[in-house]
Design a protein. Structure first.
Ligand code: GDP
Ligand code: IMO
Ligand code: MG
Length: 420
């Protein structure tokens, strides 16, 4: 049986905290897509830890954590992260397994990411520049190096072949960068990677499921950044939605049980692309300040805006979400009035559907106003303690999306979560 935790917005919904919270109920925690573009924040013993490659169940020593075949892996980031985790007494050689089919990010992928973004000028995606797009291009282009290849004598020859191909592309972009330092780090990290446990993930997971073990699949990015269903072309390069769990881990759709969708109580987006409810005024600034909305991977300020139910309804639909977890409700504590977008007005017509090419249309969000709860909720421990105005806000969301909000997170800490 596989349960899924994934993001319903444009990423950074608080998935890391939620996975860490639920991990004790599972035997295996597995990342199924994305790469070091992800930044999942956890608080361990009161200290902040941001994970980019390792699943967010790693701090539970007796759980197996898997990096699945759907992930693109930067060995340098992984090595650094394993060292950071080891400082907490975690032995990654015991509880971190990597699929032999995971694709490897090489230094020229990062250079290509930079070159491609530069060539786009004003219309750049706002990529994290971690090499994600080029790495997935090599996967679908059937050129990639995979973790299982490390065990092959011809790995270096294969690497050089790929680098030469990339060099031609970089020449086309007229992009020059000395990657020798990256390469040195890369080969050091490759040696480290060889010392970790490399598995055939699909057999491992399916055998575990057969033996009655419970698997938690951890999504990265968010559904509005999905390569097929997001705000294309301002998206990432993987399927971030629940269907990605099957191809990213090698499990059948029949094994998927709960799909837990994580949403903030408002919206944020980092990078370029359409964002209908974005607030470019003092309210947006207030959300950024109160929510500390700065990217966990790049430090960039996140764009902020009101909750968008047209988008949330859509992402619940394409994921088959069975329960919603609402994070950062506490960030709204001091607002006198809150707004929720219920419809998009496009060319004078109202609609509750996401149109094709949102990026090319002028969308006027239609809002419903709510009274704020105006009280500090960060110390509340149970549903009975939640303000009536917050419950009304949540109830409206439940009715609109047709899926219940089952948990409210009221602070970044491990214990700040309420079952409702
Ligand atoms: P992820 O990528 O989905 O794991 O989310 P990030 O870690 O990038 O961003 C979420 C940020 O919000 C992190 O700084 C978390 O510590 C923080 N956070 C998570 N849940 C809550 C919450 O309920 N309230 C507040 N105030 N912060 C939260
Ligand atoms: P987590 O897992 C928020 C955004 C980038 C950019 C676009 C493409 O922490 O929620 P890419 O590097 O994939 O080529 O960037 O996607 N992006 C994220 N935004 N959270 C993330 O991950 C993201 N990963 C990528 O900002 O707009
Ligand atoms: Mg993040």
């Amino acid at each position: 049986m596989v349960d899924v935790i994934l993001g319903l917005q444009w990423g950074d919904e608080g998935k890391g905290k939620i996975v860490d919270y639920f991990a004790p109920h599972y035997d295996i925690v597995a990342r199924f897509q994305g790469g070091p573009n992800a930044g999942h924040t956890l608080y361990i013993e009161g200290k902040k830890m941001v994970l980019h490659q390792i699943p967010s169940g790693i701090f539970h020593q007796n759980k197996v954590n898997i990096i699945g075949n759907g992930v693109v892996l930067d060995p340098v980031t992984l090595k650094r992260e394993c060292e950071a985790v080891a400082a907490y007494g975690i032995d990654v050689r015991k509880n971190l397994f990597i699929s032999d089919k995971t694709n490897i990010i090489v230094p020229t992928h990062r250079a290509l990411d930079k070159a491609s973004e530069l060539s786009k000028g004003e219309s750049k995606i706002g990529s994290t520049l971690k090499g994600i797009g080029p790495a997935y291009m090599d996967k679908t282009g059937r050129n990639a190096l995979r973790v299982g290849d490390l065990l092959d004598k011809s790995f270096t020859t294969q690497y050089i072949k790929l680098r030469l191909k990339h060099q031609k592309l970089l020449d086309n972009f007229h992009f020059i960068e000395d990657i020798s330092a990256w390469e040195e780090e890369f080969f050091e990290a490759i040696e480290f990677l060889k010392t970790l446990t490399i598995i055939n993930c699909e057999y491992y997971i399916n055998n575990a499921i057969k033996a009655g073990k419970k698997v938690l699949a951890e999504g990265a990015q968010g559904s509005m950044l999905d390569i097929d269903f997001g705000t294309f072309p301002f998206v990432t390069s993987s399927n971030t939605i629940s269907a990605g769990v099957c191809t990213g881990l090698g499990v059948s759709p029949k094994q998927i049980n709960e799909v837990m969708g994580v949403t903030k109580a408002y919206c944020t987006r980092v990078g370029g692309g359409p964002f209908p409810t974005e607030l470019l005024d003092a309210t947006g600034e207030e959300l950024r300040k109160l929510g500390s909305e700065f990217g966990a991977t790049t430090g960039r300020p996140r764009r902020c805006g009101w909750m968008d139910l047209v988008a949330l309804h859509y992402t619940c639909m394409i994921n088959g979400v069975t329960q919603v977890i609402m994070t950062k409700a506490d960030v709204l504590d001091s607002f006198a009035t809150l707004e929720i977008c219920t419809d998009y007005e496009i060319n004078g017509k109202q609609s509750r559907e996401i149109p094709f090419q949102l990026s090319k249309l002028k969308v006027e969000p239609v809002y419903k106003k709510f009274k704020g709860w105006n009280q500090d909720t960060s110390n509340i421990k149970n549903a009975e303690g939640l303000p009536a105005d917050m419950l009304m806000y949540i109830d409206y969301i439940n009715q609109y999306i047709g899926v219940p909000v089952k948990y409210v997170s009221n602070g970044p800490g491990r214990e700040q979560i309420i079952h409702i």
